[in-house]
Design a protein around this ligand. Structure first.
Ligand SMILES: Cc1cc2nc3c(=O)[nH]c(=O)nc-3n(C[C@H](O)[C@H](O)[C@H](O)COP(=O)(O)OP(=O)(O)OC[C@H]3O[C@@H](n4cnc5c(N)ncnc54)[C@H](O)[C@@H]3O)c2cc1C
Length: 316
C-alpha cells in the first residue's frame, strides 16, 4: 500500500484536531504517515500512532517546503494532505510547485478513486459541489477542518528522522516583530465544535459583548458576519464566510445575521444550525434546523440564563 503523507500541525505541545482528521482521511487512500516539523516527542508520536500513522517522519523545521519536497521524492506518496489553513495552504502551494504536481485546495471530502484521490470542493459560495482529480504528479491536497470525525486506529509508529535536504534556506523575508495573539481561552474558530456568531442585528459594539457571554457559557468560539467585523465590533479574523473563515461545527448559532449567500458559504456545512432573528423572512431560516423569531436583546440574555441554570443543575 502506498504512503499518504500528512503534515502534522502543532497545537501548543499537542497536535491540531484537523491533523487527526487528515490521518482518518488518509486511511482511505493508503498508509498514513505523519510529517512533524522538528522532534515529535513521545506523547505526540503516541497520539499520531493512535490515529493510524504507521510512520512519523521528523523533518528539519527550518524549511518545511524543502524538507517535504525531499521526503516526497524519497517515499513517492499516493498523496500529500495538509490542513486548509494559512500555513497548510502556503506550504501546499510551494510544495506543489517544487514537485511539479497538481494541487487541490479547500477539500470538503477526499475519497479513493481508480486513478487516485477524488477531491470534493464546495464552490460558487457553497451552491455546488465539484469533484476533481489531480492529473499530474503527486496530488497535493488541502482539506478544510471538520470534514470528518477523527477515528482511532492504533498502530505502533516507526519514528524516522529525515536528514536536512542540505540546501541552507535563503530567507525570503525578515521577521521584524512578533505580537502574540491575545488569549481568549476560547477554542480556535476554524476547528471549534460550537460557534456562536453575531451580525449587524446586535446594533452596537457594546451589545455585541453579549455574544462573548453566551460563548463562555457554551464553551464556544465567537464568529461574526462581515457587517459586524466591518463595523469594528470584533476583529476581522472572526469573520465567517466566503471571504472569511469556513467553519463546520456540531452547533452553529447565528444571532442577528440575515444569512447572505456569502455568509452561508462559510457555515452551511455546520451540523446543527440555530438562528435567532427578529425577521421571520430572514434567509438564514432557510438553512436553520431550529429558529427563534425574536429580539436578540431579549432572547440571548434568556438563553444565557437558561444555559447557566442547566449547567448548574448538571454539576450539582
Ligand atoms: C464579495 C463579497 C464577499 C463577502 N463575504 C462575506 C463573508 O465572508 N462573510 C459575511 O458574513 N458576509 C460577506 N459579505 C457581505 C454579505 O453580503 C452581507 O452583507 C453580510 O453577511 C450581512 O451581515 P449581517 O447578516 O450581519 O447583516 P444584515 O444583512 O444587515 O442582517 C442583520 C440581521 O439582523 C436582524 N436583526 C436586526 N435587529 C435584530 C434584533 N434586535 N434581534 C434579532 N435580529 C435582528 C435583521 O432582521 C437582519 O436579518 C460579502 C459580500 C461581498 C459582496
Amino acid at each position: 500500500m502506498r504512503t499518504v503523507l500528512v503534515l502534522a500541525e502543532p497545537d501548543g505541545a499537542a497536535v491540531r484536531k484537523a491533523t487527526l482528521e487528515l490521518l482518518t482521511l488518509a486511511r482511505r487512500l493508503g498508509e498514513p504517515a505523519a510529517v512533524v516539523l522538528g522532534d515529535a516527542g513521545a506523547e505526540l508520536v503516541a497520539v499520531l500512532g493512535r490515529h493510524g500513522a504507521t510512520t512519523v517522519y521528523e523533518v528539519p523545521p527550518a524549511d518545511p517546503v524543502a524538507a517535504m519536497t525531499d521526503l516526497a521524492a524519497r517515499v513517492s506518496p499516493a498523496a500529500v494532505l495538509l490542513e486548509s489553513g494559512a500555513a497548510g495552504k502556503e506550504i501546499a502551494a510551494r510544495l506543489a510547485v517544487r514537485l511539479d504536481a497538481g494541487i487541490l485546495t479547500d477539500a470538503v471530502d477526499v475519497t479513493a478513486g481508480p486513478d487516485g484521490p477524488v477531491v470534493t470542493q464546495s464552490v460558487l459560495a457553497g451552491a455546488w459541489l465539484a469533484e476533481s482529480q489531480v492529473c499530474r504528479g503527486t496530488p497535493v491536497i488541502t482539506v478544510r477542518p471538520n470534514t470528518v470525525t477523527p477515528q482511532e486506529m492504533p498502530v505502533e509508529p516507526v519514528v524516522t528522522a529525515v536528514p536536512s535536504p542540505g540546501v541552507a534556506p535563503v530567507p525570503a523575508a525578515r521577521v521584524v516583530s512578533r505580537e502574540p495573539k491575545t488569549a481568549t481561552g476560547r477554542p480556535d474558530l476554524a476547528g471549534a465544535n460550537v460557534v456562536v456568531a453575531g451580525g449587524r442585528g446586535f446594533g452596537s459594539a457594546e451589545a455585541f459583548t453579549l455574544l462573548d457571554r453566551l460563548a463562555d457559557e457554551l464553551g464556544a468560539a465567537v464568529g461574526a458576519s462581515r457587517a459586524a467585523t466591518d463595523l469594528g465590533w470584533c476583529p476581522h479574523q472572526l469573520q465567517i464566510g466566503q471571504t472569511g473563515t469556513t467553519v463546520a461545527p456540531q452547533l452553529y448559532l447565528a444571532v442577528g445575521i440575515s444569512g447572505a449567500i456569502q455568509h452561508r458559504a462559510g457555515m452551511q456545512g455546520s451540523h446543527t444550525i440555530v438562528a435567532i432573528n427578529k425577521d421571520p423572512k430572514a434567509p438564514i431560516f432557510q438553512i436553520a434546523d431550529f429558529g427563534v423569531v425574536g429580539d436578540l436583546h431579549r432572547v440571548v440574555p434568556a438563553l444565557i440564563d437558561e444555559v447557566r441554570e442547566r449547567r448548574g443543575g448538571m454539576s450539582s
